[in-house]
Design a protein around this ligand. Structure first.
Ligand SMILES: Nc1ncnc2c1ncn2[C@@H]1O[C@H](COP(=O)(O)OP(=O)(O)OP(=O)(O)O)[C@@H](O)[C@H]1O
Ligand SMILES: [Mg+2]
Length: 619
């Protein structure tokens, strides 16, 4: 007697169902895909009991006449593939002719359909893959399929269905994925009569669909992305870094309109955003990758969720290029820059942006110096002609990269070396395009060739003032227009003594200080720029900085005092954020100043990140 017998079709279908039908969501997916393949304009999905009790999918597509309505229940019956060659350029969602028989083998299945303009429709009912009951039914537009009691005849499977609304969530997600892939089709889904997802066809603005899926607050943050290369088109929408989720649920990728979850592709997207997002945040991106159907194999995964690209690298590069262009254009800065008030509904999330740039600079620095960040305490002190790696701000933050200018000769950002830092070309600062403030403190500008330029206004002011005071001293003339000040202060003995003894030095610098009895001094005039300075701390600092009585008074012996003046002048000017006009005036001053990459405390005045480097890091 023969040992081998052919399995019955019912059994074969049930086995196939094990692969195709995992849960209610898989049924929803297969039936909605069929509706899309049938050219539906509107698809309705009604669920009961999380989809386990009932799934009804109705469409207004081309429908089926009686013959097809019966044939579609046979395994490997499909209208979508005819020849082997077709398998290599699939342009429909379905192609195996497996879904309907598989679903019908594990449920109570009813199909009601009619061919377009037919006067009679057909109803086919199947219980657990048994013989179909075929009958005439009223004509209708399109098809409606009802799947009840999923896995009623496969208890092992039914047992594995999740409780609560887990199955419902999966089913809803199946609808959302298809809805995002097909914005030109209207989708309406409900559960036990209550709306789950509704979105009318929106062929003109797919952002409406994304907003329906991810929340209406996403809409204003979505920006189009596009990159077309030979053989691959990347299109879609990506949210600016201010709209993020704490998980990857806002990441949707479609290949030839098929939802896929490919780890490589997701990784590529995450890398494009990594310098812009805070730790633990995930971007929101709905990306469509369209390639020649011959250049992608969609037949590598039972649920068709993975694909194999002929040119995976090319696809990855196109995705990176599309996203980095959008991120580089920084459209979300939009109304937030140049002092304009943010528009309603489009708040500029300064904190997010500040964080992004900070991360970006931190990474750049780590790359440049090949190690962890030096702390403010590690920062070397200032030394004449020694551009130092100092804190961006007075001891407030770890270090940052010094300026590497001389556009055209500048080393790549990641290779900046202290000895290569040099003064920028003439007119560099005046040509910067201010973009706005960062963290309420730094000024961010666009530099030549799209470089990112971050300036510490305090350090810049100090650098500019230092030049002004030094030039005045060098000229030997008294500083212009000293300001009448007129205040008297009681100071510590040593300070009062040093100031009185240093009166000549002080007068060279533009101060008029007179003894006023005891340890009190009268400060009568101050050089320009120090009118609003805190007189006590200024005088105490000057007392420490003045040269000894015996010293010759020249720019060398007075350098420390000039530094104190510049520092106090900058502190005073920088106490409130600079207005646009003040910042522009400062840029002009910097062009005239003897530029040095750090202020006298070693604080970096300006940081530059070349566009090329930005692009490289954005990959
Ligand atoms: N809603 C529908 N409207 C019109 N025709 C349909 C509909 N659903 C199914 N069909 C027809 O039934 C056939 C079988 O559908 P089924 O989903 O089993 O296979 P498929 O879509 O061809 O391939 P796959 O198994 O990959 O989904 C389809 O090829 C199609 O001709
Ligand atoms: Mg199908």
């Amino acid at each position: 007697m023969s040992r081998i017998a052919r399995l019955s079709d019912v059994l074969i279908n049930k086995i196939a169902a094990g692969e195709v039908v995992e849960r209610p969501a898989s049924v929803v997916k297969e039936l909605v895909e069929n509706a899309i393949d049938a050219g539906a304009g509107t698809i309705r999905v009604e669920l009961d009991g999380g989809g386990v009790d009932r799934i009804i999918v109705s469409d207004d597509g081309h429908g089926m006449g009686r013959t097809d309505a019966v044939a579609c229940l046979e395994r490997h019956a499909t209208s979508k593939l005819r020849e082997l060659d077709d398998l290599f350029h699939i342009d429909s969602m379905g192609f195996r002719g497996e879904a309907i028989p598989a679903i019908a083998s594990v449920s109570r299945f009813t199909l009601h359909s009619a061919a377009t303009n037919s006067e009679v429709g057909t109803r086919v009912s199947v219980e657990g893959g048994g013989p179909p009951l075929v009958e005439d039914a009223p004509p209708r537009t399109g098809t409606v399929i009802t799947v009840e009691d999923l896995f009623f005849n496969v208890p092992a499977r039914r047992k594995f269905l999740r409780r609560g609304d887990t199955e419902l969530k999966h089913a809803e997600e199946a609808v959302v994925r298809l809805a995002l892939a097909y914005p030109e089709v209207g989708f309406f889904a409900s559960h036990e009569g209550g709306a789950l997802f509704s979105s009318a066809a929106c062929p003109d603005d797919p952002r409406e669909r994304i907003a329906a899926a991810l929340g209406s607050t996403a809409h204003p943050h979505l920006f189009p992305v596009e990159e077309r290369r030979l053989g691959v088109a990347v299109t879609g929408y990506a949210a600016s870094p201010e709209f993020t989720f704490n998980n990857a649920r806002g990441l949707y990728t479609f290949v030839n309109r098929r939802y896929i979850r490919d780890r490589g592709l997701i990784g590529t997207i995450q890398r494009a955003y990594q310098d812009f997002l805070a730790a633990g945040r995930q971007p929101v991106v709905v990306l469509h990758i369209d390639v020649d159907p011959r250049a992608v194999d969609v037949n590598v995964h039972p649920q068709k969720q993975e694909v194999r690209f002929a040119d995976a690298r090319g696809v990855q590069e196109a995705v990176t290029a599309a996203l980095s262009r959008m991120l580089r254009a920084a459209p979300w800065l939009g109304s937030g820059v140049e002092g304009a008030a943010p528009q309603a509904g489009q708040p500029m999330d300064a904190a997010h942006y500040a964080h992004a740039v900070e991360r970006f600079l931190t990474r750049a620095q780590e790359a440049a110096w090949g190690g962890p960040l030096p702390t403010a305490m590690d920062a070397p002190g200032p030394g004449p002609g020694t551009p130092s790696l100092g804190a961006l701000g007075q001891g407030a933050r770890p270090g940052a990269l010094p300026f590497a200018a001389a556009v055209g000769q500048a080393p790549a950002f990641g290779q900046a070396q202290p000895q290569l830092n040099e003064a920028p070309p003439p007119g560099y600062f005046g040509a910067l395009r201010p973009l706005g403030m960062l963290g309420g403190r730094f000024h961010v500008c666009e530099g030549p060739g799209g470089t990112l330029v971050v300036m510490d206004p305090h350090a810049a002011l100090e650098r500019a003032r230092l030049t002004g005071y030094l030039r005045a001293l060098e000229s030997g003339k008294p500083p212009p227009a000293p300001t009448l000040f007129g205040t008297s202060l009681e100071l510590p003995v040593a300070a009062a003594k040093a100031l009185v003894e240093g009166r000549e030095a002080l007068s060279r610098l533009g101060f008029d200080v007179e003894p006023f009895g005891g340890t009190t001094v009268a400060l009568k005039t101050v050089p320009p720029g120090l009118e609003g300075a805190d007189a006590r701390s200024l005088l105490e600092a000057l007392a420490r900085a003045l040269p000894p009585k015996s010293a010759t008074l020249d720019t060398v012996s007075l350098a420390e005092a000039v530094r104190v003046m510049a520092c106090h002048a900058a502190k005073q000017a920088g106490a409130v954020p600079l207005s646009d006009a003040q910042f522009r005036a400062l840029l002009g001053e910097l062009d005239r100043a003897d530029f040095h990459p750090t202020c006298s405390h070693g604080t970096v005045v300006v940081l530059e990140m070349p566009l090329l480097e930005l692009e490289r890091r954005a990959r």
